[in-house]
Design a protein around this ligand. Structure first.
Ligand SMILES: NC(=O)C1=CN([C@@H]2O[C@H](COP(=O)(O)OP(=O)(O)OC[C@H]3O[C@@H](n4cnc5c(N)ncnc54)[C@H](O)[C@@H]3O)[C@@H](O)[C@H]2O)[C@@H](O)CC1
Ligand SMILES: Nc1ncnc2c1ncn2[C@@H]1O[C@H](COP(=O)(O)OP(=O)(O)O)[C@@H](O)[C@H]1O
Ligand SMILES: [Mg+2]
Length: 279
């Protein structure tokens, strides 16, 4: 199993061209949040903005517009009940995150199907949280999606998708399961020392700590990955760098703090990314 260490960061995080504009750094759509899970949409979108995404739009329930605009004014908001507006945003985005805080509902199922049917090979979809649960519970076919696909289940969500009990989630079993479920996708099994499965390659990050075992940490990861793909393009390296940075910053916080709060992690992303390119 290949190990992912700090060297991945300098391979991916590059200085910006002075002659550039926000369109160069990715249009991200985050389809997230619901009446009981407003924070997931805030954390995912904040993480995307703070990780350098050019433009971030959150498709969520209008009850959450005020809190979102207050917490992360850089992100724009659209109503995911408005099919026309949501479809328009799906088609215009480079990266689409779907799932954090969405909840289990017919709406979630229809949003998933709309994303699958209206994206092309030049786009990337990140399935997380409730979207993963719906894919498994509704047997939604994700084997032949045109867009790049990234799945970010924790071990419980992976159990639902793969039908592998957690103790049986070995490298070989995971590889077999992902090749059956979505052969060309990139799978991250989130846990202590998370693993990446992509085209039969298996790698493991050498960072992460138990202070990360707090609600919202996975929602946050989706925003970091989305921003990295939006800026640096879809590749196993880009995703590995995002996954590593998320745990690397958490490790530095964990040195002095009993718990790693997702918001604290997010606040430290810009300085951590800058430190990688300062020689
Ligand atoms: N502030 C917010 O708005 C938050 C919203 N959240 C949303 O809540 C929804 C449900 O996600 P959850 O993950 O909380 O609940 P899930 O029900 O999807 O998964 C948690 C369940 O998985 C099982 N499990 C077993 N081993 C596990 C392991 N090692 N790691 C994780 N789970 C394991 C347990 O039965 C546990 O109850 C998602 O849409 C998520 O985005 C959560 O992310 C928490 C924070
Ligand atoms: N003990 C641990 N060691 C390292 N990383 C952990 C540990 N516990 C949780 N994490 C990380 O925290 C995140 C939790 O994701 P998830 O359960 O989806 O959170 P949420 O859905 O509440 O946002 C994952 O990235 C996981 O790898
Ligand atoms: Mg999660």
């Amino acid at each position: 199993m290949r190990k992912i260490d700090k060297s991945i960061l300098a391979k991916v995080i590059k200085p910006r061209d002075p002659i550039s504009y926000k369109g160069n750094y990715g249009r991200i759509l985050i389809i997230a949040g619901s009446i009981h899970f407003g924070g997931a949409a805030i954390l995912s979108s904040s993480a995307a903005v703070y990780s350098g995404a050019g433009l971030v739009t959150v498709a969520t329930t209008p009850e959450k517009f005020a809190s979102l605009n207050t917490r992360i004014p850089e992100a724009m908001t659209i109503d995911y009940h408005d099919q026309k507006e949501t479809l328009n945003s799906i088609k215009q985005s480079n990266v689409i995150v779907i799932g954090p805080g969405l909840g289990i509902s017919e709406l979630t199922q229809s949003l998933i199907k709309s994303v699958i049917e209206n994206t092309t090979k030049n786009q990337t979809i990140i399935f997380d949280a409730s979207a993963l649960t719906e894919v498994s519970e509704e047997n939604i076919d994700i084997t032949s999606i045109s867009a790049n696909v990234i799945l970010t289940p924790h071990q419980g969500e992976w159990q639902r998708l793969s039908e592998l009990e957690i103790p049986d989630q070995t490298t070989d079993n995971n590889l077999e399961a992902i090749n059956k479920l979505a052969p060309s996708s990139l799978l991250i099994v989130k846990k202590h020392l998370s693993e990446i499965y992509y085209h039969d390659n298996v790698s493991q990050i050498k960072a992460g700590n138990a202070g990360m075992a707090t609600g919202g940490m996975g929602d946050t990861l989706t925003g970091v990955i989305a921003a990295f793909v939006g800026q640096f393009g879809f590749s196993e390296e880009t995703v590995a760098a995002a996954l590593f940075l998320h745990s690397y910053i958490s490790d530095s916080i964990y040195e002095k703090s009993f718990v790693v709060l997702p918001e604290k992690l997010i606040s430290e992303i810009p300085l951590a990314m800058k430190s990688i390119i300062i020689k």
